[in-house]
Design a protein around this ligand. Structure first.
Ligand code: GLN
Length: 537
């Protein structure tokens, strides 16, 4: 049996209460007390992973070093804990059933009727304990997606009940996150939805140890008492989670409520003094007291749903804090940008980032935006599709390659400057088949990315099928756009730069995925720095 201790986080009343942030904040505090912590998420949907989901459905797809396409909460875990996650940190119902059905076909259950209990719940538990059994962690926090009471999360809740029994007393605890709504007309905070939600957990055989109560108003003592009494928890295990200015406040708010202490006491683990959170406090004070300010246009096609670009938005906060600069992100729909409107839209921007994406919608607007910033010396940062669009724009408008395009968007283009690699052409399945995960890249000495990284070899994460077409490499270089990052294994282009521009960098990889509070990403820092300098000039 696993030697690690387990904390399960369930949710009730409604979704979107910020379970991921609470889990990440608790993990952060336990880590700051010297514990080795990781967080995993179990999602009750049937997709094998979120890689095939439209960002409008589920927000950004977060990619790990080992190439797993995962839920965006894993991004929060990495940003708060500064520890890499992996495929094992995100498991869906689809993956559980897939594993069980594969075993059944192999004959592993020969003679048995394969059922939700015990086979599905056993497979869930095997995955609950996987990371704990590596010996790499003292505490495993497991977030259960969805809400208690949903039909689809029942097997997960049952598995939590059993897992708690399996590991024995004091080795696991359940934190239930709920909402305490405030009724304006009655001027009252209401505890009934939480009582019902806990009742539902009790029906499933789980008594929560700690309640974390999301609220817009501070919880007075009588409300805390009522919650404690009717939900069978100790008074000091009713934890208030009040709406915060920034998600990065939440660890400090949880500290104030002593969530970390409660968890350690219940797990019979030593508190080891106070958590070391000075660096975190310092980061927050930089976020809240900037000395500079820049306006950055984020040009993308999913801008109505900022969660679609979650990691980019957070990377701007990390880089901004590092430079003591407030980064005002202006979300601009690429579909609204035309030759006529581009100046009006972008003239007040100190920098423009063109976002990753898939498919044709909004492409011409992205290309128009890139032409404008290239010609007007406005700092530019292109990520993945954003880099590909910069290559197309340069091909068309500088090299005079009429109709240059990516074959993703124009199959029969006369100038396929971005094209599918041979090994991608054979692929028939969409799920998990892109160039995914961490790849090495050699950076050219003296380039802006080299100055930013301060290193000649880097590792960055990928998620795409199309690549720069190396047949055009020389022509681009001669005209002023160079490949300054090359994959040493495959020779694929990973970074493009116009060295003569104040800042014009495009990356085939996704740097935003590796930016954390403690390690702001060097390319985001250098881009914001260029925007600050450009503004001053
Ligand atoms: N659609 C492009 C490709 O598949 C870019 C993907 C992305 O921006 N993540 O190559």
């Amino acid at each position: 049996m696993a030697s690690a201790k387990y904390i399960f986080v369930t949710g009730g009343v409604t979704s979107s209460l910020g379970k991921g942030i609470v889990a990440a904040s608790l993990g952060n505090l336990l880590q700051a007390r010297g514990y080795r912590v990781t967080i995993q998420k179990f999602d009750p949907y049937i997709n094998i992973d979120p890689g095939t989901l439209n960002p409008y459905e589920h927000g950004e797809c977060y990619v790990t070093d080992d190439g797993a396409e995962t839920d965006l909460d894993l991004g929060h875990y990495e940003r708060f804990l500064n520890v890499a996650t992996s495929q094992n940190n995100n498991v869906t119902t689809g993956r559980i059933y897939n594993n069980v059905i594969t075993k059944e076909r192999k004959g592993d259950y020969l003679g048995k009727t394969v059922q939700v209990i015990p086979h599905i719940t056993d497979e869930i538990k095997r995955n609950f304990f996987k990371l704990g059994e590596t010996g790499d962690y003292d505490i495993i926090i497991t977030e259960i997606g969805g809400c208690v009471g949903d039909i689809e999360s029942l097997p997960f809740i049952e598995a939590v009940r059993q897992a708690r029994w399996d590991v024995g007393e004091n080795n696991a605890l359940v934190i239930h996150l709920t909402l305490i709504p405030y009724l304006k007309a009655a001027k009252e905070l209401k505890t009934k939805p939480t009582q019902h939600s806990v009742k539902q957990l009790l029906e499933a055989g789980i008594q929560p140890d700690i309640l974390v109560c999301r609220t817009e108003k501070s919880l007075p003592n009588d409300i805390r008492k009522k919650l404690a009494l009717f939900c069978n928890v100790q008074l000091n295990s009713v934890i208030e989670s009040i709406d915060a200015d920034t998600i990065y406040d939440v660890p400090l708010l949880m500290r104030k409520e002593k969530l970390d202490e409660r968890a350690l006491t219940k797990l019979r683990l030593p508190h080891k003094g106070d958590p070391q959170i000075d660096a975190w406090r310092d980061f927050l004070s930089r976020v809240k007291n900037p000395v500079n300010e820049v306006n950055i246009g984020l040009v993308g096609k999913y801008v109505e749903l900022p969660d679609a670009y979650k990691s980019i938005a957070e990377a701007f906060i990390h880089a901004g804090a590092h430079l003591e600069c407030k980064v005002n992100v202006h979300w601009i729909s690429s579909e609204t940008i035309t030759e006529k409107s581009v100046k009006r839209t972008l003239k007040d921007m100190d920098g423009v980032l063109v976002a990753p994406g898939f498919g044709e919608r909004g492409i011409e607007g992205k290309i128009e935006a890139i032409r404008y910033v290239r010609e007007n010396n406005i700092p530019f940062f292109g990520i993945c599709l954003g880099m590909q669009c910069a290559v197309v724009e340069f091909g068309r408008n500088v090299l005079g390659l009429d109709g240059a395009a990516s074959t993703e968007l124009h199959k029969d283009t006369p100038h396929p400057v971005i094209d599918l690699m041979e090994d991608q052409k054979k692929i028939e399945h969409y799920g998990g088949t892109m160039r995914l995960g961490s790849n090495p890249c050699k950076v050219q000495k003296g380039s802006k990315p080299h100055k930013a990284y301060g290193q000649l070899t880097i590792q960055e994460r990928h998620r795409h099928r199309y690549e720069f077409n190396n047949q055009y490499l020389e022509d681009y270089k001669n005209a002023g756009m160079s490949a300054v990052g090359i994959n040493p294994d495959s020779n694929l282009v990973e970074i493009m730069e116009i060295p003569d521009h104040p800042y014009f960098v495009g990356t085939q990889f996704h740097p935003e995925l590796k930016s954390t509070v403690m390690n702001p990403h060097p390319l985001f820092v250098s881009f914001i720095d260029a925007a600050v300098k450009g503004k001053k000039n």
